[in-house]
Ligand binder design. Structure first.
Ligand code: AP5
Length: 215
């Protein structure tokens, strides 16, 4: 199974991708997580990407495409994955096609997580992330058992630097500028499936699993 999760910031791409990868036994590839890891380790890529990410702008395609190619080098032609946060624009979608074709792979579905603006703001402003193991929480929707502490590893939870109000606004502007061409592209290829993502996470998960069963 090879899925792309497409949707605005806060749609629940990361939350769903983590659950799906466990249920479907396939890898979760998040370009946001890969980039944040590079920023944390202060690699060359991290140094180049940091300012874009803090502003809520897209990191240049050439950097992200190269990072993805390197990541996919360990995948065999039969391996499945859930792509979260990539592609972000038409150029990345075309680049992904070339990368996958070269490996004898294709995408089964592109799941568009349709989310209202009020829900996006509520989710992003309440999101907290474990500083060590990257697990996502939400102060109201998915709170940790102990206040501001990760259930799994006991480390402190943090707010992502790009979840500040001004940056959220810019991320939405960037998303809206690019998403229509991506939707057109995958609709034309008959890959796009729309799912309402305003529902609770388990409800959304079941809808995607049902879809995956049809592939
Ligand atoms: P990235 O990390 O990909 O961020 P994003 O796309 O903005 O998406 P988010 O991670 O904010 O949201 P999500 O949809 O995963 O929601 P989540 O599951 O966390 O990218 C960050 C930056 O990296 C970009 O701005 C860019 O600079 C760069 N970048 C990344 N990829 C790139 C690329 N391909 N090209 C160029 N640059 C790139 O959920 C949010 C919150 O809601 C959580 O608290 C969660 O607990 C809660 N929640 C989730 N689902 C539900 C639900 N159903 N009900 C209730 N609460 C829920």
């Amino acid at each position: 199974m090879r899925l792309i999760l497409l949707g605005p910031p806060g749609a629940g791409k990361g939350t769903q991708a983590k659950s799906l990868s466990e249920r479907l036994k396939v890898s979760h590839i998040s370009t946001g997580d890969l980039l944040r890891d590079n920023v944390k380790r202060d690699t060359g890529l991290g140094k180049s990407a940091r300012a874009y990410m803090e502003r809520g702008d897209l990191v240049p395609d050439e950097l992200v495409n190269r990072m993805l190619v390197e990541h996919l080098n360990s995948f065999g032609p039969q391996d499945g994955f859930i792509l979260d946060g990539y592609p972000r624009n038409l150029a990345q979608a075309k680049s992904l096609d070339t990368i996958l074709r070269g490996r004898g792979m294709d995408i089964d579905y592109v799941v568009y997580l349709d989310t209202s603006e009020a829900v996006i703001i509520q989710r992003l402003s309440g999101r907290r992330v474990c500083s060590a193991c990257n697990i996502n929480y939400h102060i109201k929707n998915m709170p940790p058992k102990r206040d501001m502490v990760c259930d799994k590893c006991g480390r402190p939870l943090q707010q992502r630097v790009d979840d500040r109000e001004e940056t959220i606004k810019n991320r939405l502007v960037v998303y809206l500028k690019e998403v229509a061409s991506l939707i057109d592209y995958y609709e034309q290829r008959k890959k796009l499936v729309r799912i309402s993502a305003d529902d609770d996470a388990p409800v959304v998960l079941n809808k995607i699993i049902e879809l995956a069963g049809r592939a």
